[in-house]
Design a protein around this ligand. Structure first.
Ligand code: SF4
Ligand code: SF4
Length: 204
């Protein structure tokens, strides 16, 4: 059973919350836990132990381990509802993205590896081509996901994943919804430059 207890870490609180605030560009210290964000968040589930206000509280308390392992980081669908409802204009999706980045750069195993692979494959494809090419993106994602399952010797999950993927591909092919070309957008070099610039200025 997940614990609801928050761990206050005086040694980490100020530095960690300042770092997350700087990288995400969100004034998280201004959060006063009114929970308006949570009331509108589509990712929050009754049985879950996560919500936008909880994620912000964990960061402000310096509970690094609980923050980077919070399901909100991986289940946020970037709908921006929380930010539009928040009286302090705090966008939790940007905080979730910052924590994803911290997990990736620290090399720790993400709480939801498949979501992490989906996220990184989508971004890499977008940066490479200036747009996402579905077949390439899906192929890279599935390769990362299946390799991870092979390393863990989860053969039943591999079988299920392949069956599910085959059904999905068959369905989208029948509907003519998947294209196999490699299209490049006009601004792809600019996107690469912006990514490099972002990486340099936001080293975690
Ligand atoms: S709506 Fe804003 S101030 Fe209220 S809990 Fe959410 S982030 Fe904090
Ligand atoms: S952006 Fe993320 S955290 Fe905010 S309401 Fe949407 S799903 Fe919830």
């Amino acid at each position: 059973m997940p614990s609801n207890a928050f761990q206050f870490s005086p040694a980490d609180a100020a530095a960690f919350s300042r770092k997350v605030a700087r990288i995400s560009g969100q004034n998280i210290q201004e959060c006063y836990q009114c929970r308006r964000c949570t009331a509108g968040c589509p990712a929050v589930q009754d049985e879950g132990n996560f919500s936008p206000d909880m994620l912000i509280r964990l960061v402000n308390l310096g509970d690094i381990n609980a923050a980077i392992n919070n399901e909100m980081v991986w289940k946020c669908v970037t709908c921006y509802t929380c930010g539009t409802r928040c009286p302090n204009n705090i966008h939790t999706s940007r905080i979730a993205d910052t924590l994803k980045k911290m997990v990736k750069e620290s090399g720790v195993e993400p709480l939801k590896p498949n979501i992490a692979y989906f996220h990184s494959s989508f971004l890499e494809s977008g940066v490479r081509w200036g747009r996402v090419n579905e077949a390439e993106f899906m192929g890279v994602y599935e390769m990362k996901n299946i390799l991870h399952l092979v390393k863990q010797k989860k053969f039943k999950e591999i079988y299920d994943e392949i069956i599910q993927l085959s059904k999905f591909v068959w369905r989208v092919l029948k509907q003519g919804r998947m294209h196999f070309g490699f299209l490049t957008s006009k601004g792809h070099k600019e996107i690469k430059r912006l990514k490099r610039q972002h990486q340099t200025s936001n080293k975690v």
